[in-house]
Design a protein. Structure first.
Length: 150
């Protein structure tokens, strides 16, 4: 994807060049009405001006046909320049920990956390089951106690 500026009858807008050939381009125009089918548009990328006719359009994508040859190598060279890179460069690796942690230590720590979680769930289920059993036997035991005179 190469960033570009697009000028159509509706004015200027941003666009991305998705594919380049010697006689045409595939672009993604950010404004929906930027380039209607059959219209002539100007596309600026770096120092290159490309004039073309919109031959098809689907959503925000459009295909352009040019009368003049498109300088594919020069456009791609500009797109590979550091100023046009869309990805961030590598950040310097700085470890913020006091001491480095090994994989074994991390694995043991995660297993301990997992065990604690499973134990907490088991305890809460046991408490819930105990209260359900107590509620189920409370009424019959109360009836037996009343019958025995207690």
């Amino acid at each position: 994807m190469l960033r570009a500026r697009l000028r159509a009858s509706s004015g200027w807008s941003d666009a991305c060049i998705l594919d380049v050939s010697s006689r045409g381009l595939l672009i993604n125009a950010t404004t929906a009405g930027a380039a209607a089918t059959g219209s002539i548009i100007e596309l600026w990328h770096g120092e290159h001006l490309i004039v073309g006719e919109v031959v098809w359009r689907k959503g925000t994508r459009a295909g352009l046909r040019t009368d003049q040859r498109v300088p594919v190598e020069e456009i791609m060279a500009i797109g590979n320049a550091p100023a046009f890179q869309l990805t961030a460069r590598d950040w310097p690796r700085a470890d913020r920990r006091q001491r480095p942690r090994s994989h074994d230590e991390s694995r043991l720590r995660s297993r301990a956390i997992e065990f604690a979680g499973v134990a907490a769930i088991a305890v809460s289920l046991a408490i819930a089951l105990l209260s359900m059993v107590e509620a189920a036997f409370a009424k019959p035991l109360a009836m037996v106690q009343t019958a025995l005179g207690g």
